[in-house]
Design a protein around this ligand. Sequence first.
Ligand SMILES: Nc1nc2c(ncn2[C@@H]2O[C@H](COP(=O)(O)OP(=O)(O)OP(=O)(O)O)[C@@H](O)[C@H]2O)c(=O)[nH]1
Ligand SMILES: [Mg+2]
Length: 222
Amino acid sequence: MAANSDSYDYLFKFLIIGRTSVGKSCILHRFVENKFKEDTTHTIGVEFGSKLVNVNNKSIKLQIWDTAGQERFRSVTRSYYRGAAGALLVYDIASRDSFNSLQNWLSDARNLASPNIVIILVGNKKDLESHREVSYQEASQFAKDNDLIFVECSALSGELVEEAFLKCSRIILTSIENGQINPERIGSGIQNGDLSLRNLQRNSNEKHKSNNSNCINASCII
Ligand SMILES: Nc1nc2c(ncn2[C@@H]2O[C@H](COP(=O)(O)OP(=O)(O)OP(=O)(O)O)[C@@H](O)[C@H]2O)c(=O)[nH]1
Ligand SMILES: [Mg+2]
């Protein structure tokens, strides 16, 4: 199903979390608008964006909550963790401090979000190679140790920003398809869209029809 219609198979709720100034809002803007946000200011509380993407031939609506990284908003942003299906845990590859603070954000996500939440570690500002303070290997090891997927991207150049959202979405979709995640469960961070509801309806009608035809056959045999 093409991702340019308003119909979708599933809606996934996503969070973007991490220390202030790592580029969370710029990542959201790049993903939704495909532009770099030049005039960025600190997020107050949360901001919101959404986009339709095509994953494994399914149309998925991503509903994305971009949280404020400043400490004073921590209690507000924590209330948004509940019921998220996916999260981008962001640090800045040119800021050792932002990397060192990851564990705090990760603990919040693990404690407050859905138990099945899929988290991707995102090293932003990949364009600042000459100012790099966190190596790819170190971050990749952190991701491995904490059961996270990992990507380095740049909201400035756009490199691999979409890939971060898609990687996470692919894992969530696969977990739905193999029955590990039940989208019907309250707090899963997933909703069936009109396309999947139509499919469910069609399957149930077909089942009904085939049950009826079995009945007819049975009565013929009798
Ligand atoms: N070089 C470079 N700068 C970036 C990139 N992404 C964001 N920035 C800059 O980083 C600064 C912070 O960006 P924001 O997106 O506002 O950061 P944030 O994480 O949303 O910050 P809070 O809302 O306070 O939590 C801004 O000056 C951006 O221009 C990037 O990929 N490369
Ligand atoms: Mg922000």
